[in-house]
Ligand binder design. Structure first.
Ligand code: GRF
Length: 197
């Protein structure tokens, strides 16, 4: 695996953390590993600006333009195809990508499709993880990097980070604390998966 293709829907701060770590640790020159492309399903995803300003190929695949998930996924596959070949399969990284992918898509990239989820899986798969952790009275929260399997927010765990839940936390303050940890564990988990650290 040499190329990394990152799928985003919004801010792309995890994507940026991966790009910055790759740069700081010289992944390209040391390991021939490149963040080759960023694909967004949203035209206005903030992360696209960061990617463009770092010379990374970007693509918008607007899910609303497709009749069904299969067609949408097929369009994404077409773009990923540009950055891989049979001898150099890409690593596909979901970083705040807010679309559910079909089992066909997931199986196609089995073992090289990763996601970060803002909870300590298997607790709180799905949405609104921080509010749910607060409502449950959790004393710790965190994030999980995992391989993607057809069941959403499941799949083998590659890395986790834990943060304390403070008594005056809101979902936003907790999310911000978790996000700083996401930025540390996601690049590390990717490096480990690619066996470059
Ligand atoms: C992160 O909390 C990630 O765990 C979740 O969505 C958020 C995306 O943030 N899946 P960003 O777009 O990487 O800034």
């Amino acid at each position: 695996m040499k190329n990394i293709v990152i799928l985003i829907s919004g801010n792309g701060s995890n994507m940026a953390a991966i790009v910055q770590t790759a740069h700081l640790e010289h992944w390209a020159t040391q390991w021939d590993v490149h963040v080759a492309a960023v694909i967004s399903n949203k035209t206005d995803a903030k992360g696209l600006d960061f990617a463009r300003s770092h010379g990374i190929a970007t693509e918008v695949v607007n899910h609303k333009a497709y009749a069904n998930r299969e067609n949408f996924d097929a369009a994404i596959v077409q773009h990923i195809n540009k950055f891989e070949d049979a001898n150099h399969p890409a690593l596909v990284v979901l970083a705040g990508f807010m679309r559910i992918l079909t089992p066909d898509f997931v199986n196609r990239y089995a073992g090289r499709l990763v996601n970060i989820h803002p909870s300590l899986l298997p607790a709180f798969p799905g949405l609104h993880t921080h509010q749910r952790a607060l409502d449950a009275g959790c004393k710790v929260a965190g994030a999980t990097v995992h391989l993607v399997t057809p069941e959403i927010d499941h799949g083998p765990i590659l890395a986790q980070a834990i943060v304390p839940v403070l008594s005056d936390d809101t979902a936003d303050t907790l999310a911000a604390r978790v996000l700083t940890q996401e930025h540390l564990i996601y690049p590390r988990a990717i490096a480990k998966l690619l066996q470059i650290s």
